[in-house]
Design a protein around this ligand. Structure first.
Ligand code: SF4
Length: 286
Protein backbone atom coordinates (compact mmCIF):
# COMPACT_ATOMS: atom_id res chain seq x y z
CA UNK A 1 0.00 0.00 0.00
CA UNK A 2 2.85 2.38 -0.66
CA UNK A 3 3.56 4.01 -4.00
CA UNK A 4 7.18 5.12 -4.23
CA UNK A 5 6.33 7.45 -7.13
CA UNK A 6 3.79 9.38 -5.05
CA UNK A 7 3.48 10.82 -1.60
CA UNK A 8 1.64 8.16 0.42
CA UNK A 9 0.25 9.10 3.81
CA UNK A 10 -0.91 6.65 6.45
CA UNK A 11 -3.54 7.29 9.13
CA UNK A 12 -4.31 4.77 11.87
CA UNK A 13 -7.98 5.15 12.71
CA UNK A 14 -10.39 3.24 14.92
CA UNK A 15 -12.34 2.51 16.98
CA UNK A 16 -9.39 3.54 19.06
CA UNK A 17 -6.03 2.51 17.56
CA UNK A 18 -4.05 2.99 20.79
CA UNK A 19 -6.01 0.06 22.26
CA UNK A 20 -4.00 -2.22 19.98
CA UNK A 21 -1.02 -3.43 22.05
CA UNK A 22 1.21 -3.59 18.96
CA UNK A 23 0.43 -0.15 17.55
CA UNK A 24 3.97 1.05 18.30
CA UNK A 25 5.41 -1.81 16.22
CA UNK A 26 3.12 -0.94 13.33
CA UNK A 27 4.15 2.72 13.51
CA UNK A 28 7.84 1.83 13.49
CA UNK A 29 7.36 -0.59 10.58
CA UNK A 30 5.40 2.04 8.63
CA UNK A 31 8.18 4.60 9.19
CA UNK A 32 10.73 2.17 7.80
CA UNK A 33 8.53 1.48 4.77
CA UNK A 34 8.78 5.17 3.84
CA UNK A 35 5.30 6.62 4.28
CA UNK A 36 5.41 10.39 3.73
CA UNK A 37 3.48 10.94 6.95
CA UNK A 38 2.06 8.84 9.77
CA UNK A 39 -0.92 10.03 11.81
CA UNK A 40 -2.79 8.33 14.63
CA UNK A 41 -6.41 9.37 15.20
CA UNK A 42 -7.14 8.90 18.90
CA UNK A 43 -9.50 9.81 21.72
CA UNK A 44 -6.49 11.26 23.57
CA UNK A 45 -6.41 8.61 26.30
CA UNK A 46 -3.18 7.20 24.80
CA UNK A 47 -3.72 3.61 25.94
CA UNK A 48 -0.96 1.03 26.28
CA UNK A 49 1.65 3.71 27.15
CA UNK A 50 1.95 4.53 23.47
CA UNK A 51 3.63 7.88 24.26
CA UNK A 52 6.45 5.98 25.96
CA UNK A 53 6.79 3.44 23.14
CA UNK A 54 7.19 5.76 20.14
CA UNK A 55 9.32 8.82 19.55
CA UNK A 56 8.05 12.18 18.23
CA UNK A 57 10.05 11.58 15.02
CA UNK A 58 8.12 8.36 14.38
CA UNK A 59 4.61 9.87 14.42
CA UNK A 60 3.91 13.02 12.45
CA UNK A 61 0.66 13.73 14.27
CA UNK A 62 -1.55 12.38 16.97
CA UNK A 63 -4.98 13.68 15.95
CA UNK A 64 -7.15 13.92 19.03
CA UNK A 65 -10.95 13.95 19.01
CA UNK A 66 -12.32 16.62 21.32
CA UNK A 67 -15.92 17.78 20.91
CA UNK A 68 -16.08 20.70 23.31
CA UNK A 69 -13.94 23.44 24.78
CA UNK A 70 -15.22 22.51 28.26
CA UNK A 71 -16.09 19.45 30.29
CA UNK A 72 -19.87 19.95 30.12
CA UNK A 73 -20.09 19.90 26.34
CA UNK A 74 -17.39 17.36 25.53
CA UNK A 75 -18.52 14.87 28.17
CA UNK A 76 -22.14 15.12 27.07
CA UNK A 77 -20.99 13.75 23.70
CA UNK A 78 -17.94 11.64 24.52
CA UNK A 79 -18.79 10.37 27.98
CA UNK A 80 -18.22 11.38 31.58
CA UNK A 81 -14.59 12.04 32.47
CA UNK A 82 -13.41 12.05 28.86
CA UNK A 83 -12.60 15.77 28.75
CA UNK A 84 -10.14 15.64 31.63
CA UNK A 85 -8.49 12.47 30.35
CA UNK A 86 -8.19 13.88 26.84
CA UNK A 87 -6.83 17.28 27.87
CA UNK A 88 -4.35 15.61 30.25
CA UNK A 89 -3.30 13.34 27.38
CA UNK A 90 -2.85 16.32 25.05
CA UNK A 91 -0.68 18.15 27.60
CA UNK A 92 1.41 15.06 28.23
CA UNK A 93 1.95 14.42 24.52
CA UNK A 94 2.89 18.06 23.90
CA UNK A 95 5.35 18.02 26.81
CA UNK A 96 7.05 15.00 25.21
CA UNK A 97 7.47 16.90 21.95
CA UNK A 98 4.75 15.21 19.83
CA UNK A 99 2.81 17.16 17.19
CA UNK A 100 -0.88 17.22 17.94
CA UNK A 101 -3.98 18.19 16.03
CA UNK A 102 -7.55 18.34 17.30
CA UNK A 103 -10.63 16.99 15.49
CA UNK A 104 -13.96 18.57 16.46
CA UNK A 105 -17.10 16.89 15.14
CA UNK A 106 -19.82 19.52 14.90
CA UNK A 107 -23.44 18.64 15.65
CA UNK A 108 -26.50 20.31 17.17
CA UNK A 109 -25.03 19.48 20.58
CA UNK A 110 -21.88 21.54 20.25
CA UNK A 111 -22.13 23.99 17.37
CA UNK A 112 -22.67 26.84 19.85
CA UNK A 113 -19.30 26.02 21.45
CA UNK A 114 -17.24 25.90 18.25
CA UNK A 115 -16.51 29.63 18.50
CA UNK A 116 -14.62 28.98 21.76
CA UNK A 117 -12.25 26.48 20.20
CA UNK A 118 -9.68 28.81 18.53
CA UNK A 119 -8.67 30.52 21.78
CA UNK A 120 -8.85 27.23 23.67
CA UNK A 121 -6.55 25.51 21.15
CA UNK A 122 -4.17 28.43 21.23
CA UNK A 123 -3.92 28.17 25.01
CA UNK A 124 -3.27 24.44 24.73
CA UNK A 125 -0.61 24.97 22.07
CA UNK A 126 -2.38 23.12 19.22
CA UNK A 127 -1.37 24.22 15.72
CA UNK A 128 -3.68 22.09 13.55
CA UNK A 129 -7.46 21.90 13.75
CA UNK A 130 -9.90 19.69 11.83
CA UNK A 131 -13.58 20.56 11.88
CA UNK A 132 -15.81 17.65 10.87
CA UNK A 133 -19.53 17.41 10.38
CA UNK A 134 -21.49 14.66 12.07
CA UNK A 135 -22.76 11.95 9.76
CA UNK A 136 -25.84 10.19 11.01
CA UNK A 137 -26.82 6.87 9.57
CA UNK A 138 -29.40 4.20 10.25
CA UNK A 139 -32.30 4.65 12.63
CA UNK A 140 -30.93 7.73 14.40
CA UNK A 141 -31.16 9.63 11.10
CA UNK A 142 -34.96 9.28 11.24
CA UNK A 143 -35.17 10.58 14.82
CA UNK A 144 -36.54 14.08 14.19
CA UNK A 145 -36.75 14.95 17.90
CA UNK A 146 -33.09 14.39 18.64
CA UNK A 147 -31.73 15.46 15.28
CA UNK A 148 -27.99 16.01 15.44
CA UNK A 149 -27.30 16.96 11.85
CA UNK A 150 -26.73 20.60 11.01
CA UNK A 151 -28.63 22.66 8.50
CA UNK A 152 -26.84 24.36 5.64
CA UNK A 153 -27.63 27.72 7.22
CA UNK A 154 -26.03 26.76 10.54
CA UNK A 155 -22.91 25.38 8.90
CA UNK A 156 -22.45 28.42 6.65
CA UNK A 157 -23.09 30.87 9.49
CA UNK A 158 -20.60 29.36 11.92
CA UNK A 159 -17.90 27.12 10.50
CA UNK A 160 -16.06 29.32 7.95
CA UNK A 161 -15.92 32.20 10.46
CA UNK A 162 -14.51 30.03 13.24
CA UNK A 163 -12.01 28.52 10.80
CA UNK A 164 -10.83 31.99 9.73
CA UNK A 165 -10.52 33.04 13.38
CA UNK A 166 -8.44 29.99 14.24
CA UNK A 167 -6.17 30.73 11.26
CA UNK A 168 -5.61 34.24 12.62
CA UNK A 169 -4.37 32.57 15.82
CA UNK A 170 -1.73 30.73 13.79
CA UNK A 171 -3.69 27.46 13.55
CA UNK A 172 -3.91 25.47 10.32
CA UNK A 173 -7.59 24.62 9.82
CA UNK A 174 -9.22 21.98 7.63
CA UNK A 175 -12.95 21.50 7.17
CA UNK A 176 -15.32 19.94 4.63
CA UNK A 177 -17.41 22.20 2.41
CA UNK A 178 -20.47 19.97 3.02
CA UNK A 179 -22.97 22.04 1.05
CA UNK A 180 -22.39 23.16 -2.54
CA UNK A 181 -24.44 25.65 -4.56
CA UNK A 182 -26.06 23.97 -7.54
CA UNK A 183 -23.68 25.93 -9.78
CA UNK A 184 -20.59 24.63 -7.94
CA UNK A 185 -18.64 21.68 -9.24
CA UNK A 186 -19.12 18.39 -7.44
CA UNK A 187 -16.31 15.83 -7.33
CA UNK A 188 -16.28 12.37 -5.79
CA UNK A 189 -12.94 11.77 -4.07
CA UNK A 190 -13.10 8.12 -5.04
CA UNK A 191 -12.86 9.28 -8.66
CA UNK A 192 -10.43 12.19 -8.34
CA UNK A 193 -8.19 11.05 -5.45
CA UNK A 194 -6.71 7.88 -4.04
CA UNK A 195 -7.90 6.96 -0.57
CA UNK A 196 -8.07 3.46 0.80
CA UNK A 197 -9.81 2.57 4.05
CA UNK A 198 -8.40 -0.77 5.12
CA UNK A 199 -10.26 -2.93 7.62
CA UNK A 200 -8.86 -5.79 9.71
CA UNK A 201 -11.22 -8.20 7.92
CA UNK A 202 -9.39 -7.51 4.63
CA UNK A 203 -12.07 -5.25 3.13
CA UNK A 204 -10.75 -2.12 1.43
CA UNK A 205 -13.13 0.76 0.79
CA UNK A 206 -12.62 3.94 -1.17
CA UNK A 207 -15.47 5.81 0.51
CA UNK A 208 -15.85 5.97 4.30
CA UNK A 209 -19.64 6.26 3.98
CA UNK A 210 -19.79 2.79 2.42
CA UNK A 211 -18.06 1.03 5.27
CA UNK A 212 -21.22 -0.36 6.90
CA UNK A 213 -22.14 -2.14 3.67
CA UNK A 214 -20.60 -4.97 1.76
CA UNK A 215 -19.81 -2.64 -1.13
CA UNK A 216 -16.03 -2.49 -0.83
CA UNK A 217 -14.04 -2.00 -4.03
CA UNK A 218 -11.11 -4.19 -3.06
CA UNK A 219 -10.16 -7.05 -0.80
CA UNK A 220 -6.76 -8.38 0.20
CA UNK A 221 -6.17 -11.79 -1.37
CA UNK A 222 -2.82 -13.39 -0.46
CA UNK A 223 -1.53 -9.98 0.58
CA UNK A 224 -2.51 -8.36 -2.72
CA UNK A 225 -5.02 -5.58 -3.19
CA UNK A 226 -7.57 -7.28 -5.46
CA UNK A 227 -10.56 -5.54 -7.15
CA UNK A 228 -14.00 -6.99 -6.43
CA UNK A 229 -16.58 -7.63 -9.12
CA UNK A 230 -19.66 -5.41 -9.51
CA UNK A 231 -21.80 -4.31 -7.83
CA UNK A 232 -19.54 -2.46 -5.47
CA UNK A 233 -19.04 1.13 -4.43
CA UNK A 234 -17.15 1.98 -7.64
CA UNK A 235 -20.34 1.71 -9.72
CA UNK A 236 -21.99 4.20 -7.35
CA UNK A 237 -19.14 6.71 -7.68
CA UNK A 238 -19.79 6.98 -11.43
CA UNK A 239 -23.42 8.05 -10.96
CA UNK A 240 -24.12 11.73 -11.47
CA UNK A 241 -27.14 12.89 -9.49
CA UNK A 242 -28.43 16.42 -8.82
CA UNK A 243 -27.93 15.88 -5.06
CA UNK A 244 -24.11 15.47 -5.42
CA UNK A 245 -22.81 12.58 -3.31
CA UNK A 246 -24.71 9.37 -4.06
CA UNK A 247 -23.81 7.70 -0.78
CA UNK A 248 -25.05 10.69 1.17
CA UNK A 249 -28.42 10.42 -0.60
CA UNK A 250 -28.60 6.72 0.23
CA UNK A 251 -27.63 6.79 3.88
CA UNK A 252 -27.83 10.38 5.15
CA UNK A 253 -30.84 11.82 3.29
CA UNK A 254 -31.52 14.15 6.22
CA UNK A 255 -28.74 16.38 4.84
CA UNK A 256 -30.76 17.14 1.71
CA UNK A 257 -33.36 19.79 1.01
CA UNK A 258 -35.75 20.16 -1.96
CA UNK A 259 -37.73 23.05 -3.39
CA UNK A 260 -41.46 22.91 -4.23
CA UNK A 261 -40.69 21.49 -7.67
CA UNK A 262 -38.73 18.66 -6.05
CA UNK A 263 -35.34 19.99 -7.16
CA UNK A 264 -32.46 19.83 -4.67
CA UNK A 265 -31.78 23.25 -3.15
CA UNK A 266 -28.05 22.46 -3.02
CA UNK A 267 -25.63 19.59 -3.48
CA UNK A 268 -23.84 17.65 -0.77
CA UNK A 269 -20.09 17.77 -1.29
CA UNK A 270 -17.76 14.81 -0.86
CA UNK A 271 -16.87 14.35 2.80
CA UNK A 272 -13.28 13.55 1.78
CA UNK A 273 -12.60 16.77 -0.10
CA UNK A 274 -11.78 19.50 2.39
CA UNK A 275 -10.91 23.15 2.45
CA UNK A 276 -7.88 24.42 4.29
CA UNK A 277 -7.03 27.78 5.73
CA UNK A 278 -3.41 28.49 6.33
CA UNK A 279 -2.36 30.29 9.50
CA UNK A 280 -2.31 34.03 9.20
CA UNK A 281 -4.31 34.10 5.95
CA UNK A 282 -8.05 34.18 5.58
CA UNK A 283 -7.52 32.66 2.12
CA UNK A 284 -8.96 29.27 1.31
CA UNK A 285 -6.92 26.62 -0.40
CA UNK A 286 -8.46 23.36 -1.70
S1 SF4 B 1 -18.49 10.60 0.28
FE1 SF4 B 1 -19.71 10.59 -1.62
S2 SF4 B 1 -18.52 11.84 -3.01
FE2 SF4 B 1 -17.12 11.21 -1.34
S3 SF4 B 1 -16.13 9.29 -1.97
FE3 SF4 B 1 -17.99 8.75 -0.89
S4 SF4 B 1 -19.55 8.54 -2.51
FE4 SF4 B 1 -17.85 9.71 -3.37
Amino acid sequence: MIDKEKETNLIFIGGEPTLHPDLHLLIKAARKMGYASITVDTNGFFFNHILEKVMPGEVDYFSVGLDGSCKEINDLIRGKGSYNKCVDGIKKALSKGFNLSVIYTVSQLNIHDLKNMPSFLKRLGIRRFFIQVIGIRGRSAQDEKHKLQLTRKQWAAVVPKVAARAARFGIHVTYPTVFLDNSERFECAAVVAENYFIFPNGRVYQCPLCEDFSLHSYVFVQNKLTPRPPINERQLFQLSIPEGCVMNKLIQPGNLGYDKQGRPKYKIACCLLKQEINPGTPQLIQ
